[in-house]
Design a protein around this ligand. Structure first.
Ligand SMILES: *Cc1c(COP(=O)(O)O)cnc(C)c1O
Length: 400
């Protein structure tokens, strides 16, 4: 086959950056260069017999976009290649990815151990909704392996964690928790939202399932809500089975946006990491800043582990100002460029006061335990020139 007529790139043993650009694409007879968006809810068959064979599962092929769509399939194949997974299942949101995983793999009477510092809504999903269906969850300190061990019961089926954590950037050793899970016939699920496969591939460290909110860095430009689950074919077939029945499906348009996001993911993550490290070091030298939390700083308690486990420290950092909530709000309100929003993983730098927004639901006691002080501010460092970000934060600091 000549260069001009071939319909698919040869991607055996390619690198992550190459998968990000070319993975999963199967050109149609139209020879399009960029991936097409298939905005169709259903598909037609050549004959009644073909329809019957498809519905009966005797013949592969599309039936209905609640469960398969060619644009969504490109995204799934591409993300699976980037995470080193056998298969991925795309979902309508990051929460739909977690719901689909839990609903597919757990049943009444099962038990989950989850790190306390996970995304707030993940906490609610396990603690309120899975509980309603007889699945209990114990929340533990992410970095305390003993608390994970002592939380495990004979009914434990899933260990769930996010590393690094939000907003303090605490890090847990994935291989250690994978060993613990497997010694107890449980699966380890890692929400890899903050690192993306560019900085960390949990499956290669022993995790069984990786989850993403594609809404964050995978899109990277704050446009669409989506999610994805990746792992071994056995578990992913279960997750797909749930999605097919429950309709937690990603839209083809969103899949296309995420595909375009993946193509630039590795260069974006490098830039996010570089600016975040520079800002963290700069903030550490500012007199009115009491403490900076960022895995890339030598002062961070898990700096060594983060250096070993991750290829970079990510784009999210947090810092504490003296003077509590009033000082934090003054700093935030005196910036003029930064976006005051709770979203993260965007090209635009965002600034957040966790104690009154993302973590506002927690009791004072839980906030204290999670290290969410009233003077804590979170930054998701974007792709503006880092000097402009510093200048804007300085307006805030000078107002204190
Ligand atoms: C945002 C987020 C989620 C939820 O994703 P949605 O796409 O908003 O449903 C899950 N985990 C982490 C770490 C997140 O930041």
């Amino acid at each position: 086959m000549t260069e001009r007529t071939r319909i698919q790139s040869d991607l055996s043993d390619a690198h992550l950056e190459t998968y990000a650009v070319r993975g999963g694409q199967h050109r149609t007879p139209e020879s399009e260069h960029s991936e097409p968006i298939f905005t169709t809810s259903s598909y037609v068959f050549n004959s009644a017999a073909e329809a019957a064979a498809r519905f009966g599962g005797d013949e592969p092929g599309n039936i209905y976009s609640r469960f398969t769509n060619p644009t969504v399939a490109i995204f799934e194949e591409r993300l699976a290649a980037m995470e080193g997974a056998e298969k991925a299942v795309a979902t309508s949101s990051g929460m739909a990815a977690i719901l689909s995983t839990g609903a597919a793999l757990l049943k009444a009477g099962d038990h989950v151990v989850c790190s306390r510092s996970v995304f707030g809504t993940t906490n609610v999903l396990f603690d309120k909704y899975f509980k309603k269906f007889g699945i209990e969850t114990t929340f533990v300190d992410l970095t305390d392996i003993e608390s994970w061990k002592s939380a495990i019961r004979p009914q434990t089926k899933l260990l769930f964690m996010e590393t690094p954590s939000n907003p303090l950037g605490e890090v847990a050793e994935i291989s250690e928790l994978a060993d613990l899970a497997h010694a107890n016939d449980a699966l380890l699920v890692v929400d890899n939202c903050f690192c993306t496969p560019v900085l960390q591939q949990p499956l290669k460290l022993g995790a069984d399932i990786v989850i993403h909110s594609a809404t964050k860095y995978l899109d990277g430009q704050g446009r669409c809500v989506g999610g994805v689950v990746a792992g071994r074919e056995t578990e992913m077939n279960e997750v797909f089975g749930f999605l097919r029945s429950a309709g937690t499906t990603m839209s083809p348009f969103n899949a296309w946006v995420f595909l375009k996001g993946l193509e630039t993911l590795s260069i974006r993550m490098k830039a996010h990491c570089e600016s975040a490290l520079e800002l963290a070091q700069w903030l550490e030298a500012q007199p009115k800043i009491a403490k900076v939390h960022y895995g890339g700083l030598k002062s961070h308690p898990q700096h060594q582990l983060a250096s070993r486990q991750q290829k970079g420290f990510g784009g999210v950092l947090s810092f504490e100002v003296e003077g509590g909530k009033d000082a934090a709000w003054t700093l935030i309100d005196n910036t003029r460029m930064l976006s005051i929003t709770a979203n993260l993983g965007d090209t635009k730098t965002t600034i957040t006061h966790p104690a009154t927004t993302t973590h506002g639901r927690l009791s004072d006691e839980d906030k204290a335990r999670a290290g969410i002080t009233s003077g804590l501010i979170r930054l998701s460092v974007g792709l503006e020139n880092v000097e402009d970000i510093k200048a804007d934060i300085l307006r805030g600091i000078n107002a204190l």
